[in-house]
Design a protein around this ligand. Structure first.
Ligand SMILES: CC(C)(COP(=O)(O)OP(=O)(O)OC[C@H]1O[C@@H](n2cnc3c(N)ncnc32)[C@H](O)[C@@H]1OP(=O)(O)O)[C@@H](O)C(=O)NCCC(=O)NCCS
Length: 128
């Protein structure tokens, strides 16, 4: 599904054919978002993450995106350090979420279960 939406904002960093990092960006028409960013242990603190974020930002700029947000768990100190170093101001925001499917994964879930729904009882209301 992600490869059909903003595929140019879904980046993979490789070292001799080995995936060592990924960044998943998106543009909702108002803001750019970096939803996921990950660098393989053993390749961290080598600017792989910085390279991925800079490339996502450059691609967003070319699409006309003027502001980019990143989603970070408050407990993720390394990520907060990383985004701060890369010029992001970190604020305290509260996330609200709600599942819109009935537990079968809906359209997105055809053939697989979305990661956000993993471990959730099927066909029952999600825990609040
Ligand atoms: C956060 C993450 C993506 C950083 O990737 P990285 O390739 O190691 O980052 P870089 O080498 O480009 O780091 C650039 C700067 O960010 C900051 N930084 C990176 N890792 C940090 C850490 N663990 N603690 C504090 N600051 C950190 C530093 O200022 C660093 O510069 P320096 O190495 O010169 O001190 C990586 O640690 C990771 O994959 N973590 C697990 C997944 C995750 O939490 N993803 C983010 C949430 S979506």
């Amino acid at each position: 599904m992600k490869l059909r939406r903003d595929p140019e904002l879904f980046l993979v960093a490789e070292d001799r054919g080995r995936v060592v990092g990924t960044a998943m960006g998106a543009w909702d028409g108002r803001r750019g978002w970096i939803y996921h960013l990950g660098v393989r242990p053993g390749y961290r603190r080598m600017e792989v993450g910085t390279g991925l974020v800079r490339e996502v930002e450059a691609r967003m700029r070319r699409k006309g995106v003027r502001k980019v947000n990143a989603l970070i768990f408050p407990s993720n100190g390394p990520s907060i350090g990383f985004f701060s170093k890369n010029g992001y101001s970190v604020s305290e925001m509260v996330e609200a979420q709600k599942y819109l499917d009935d537990g079968d994964g809906g359209e997105e879930g055809k053939g697989h279960q979305p990661s956000g729904a993993r471990g959730r009882p099927r066909g029952r209301a999600p825990p609040t």
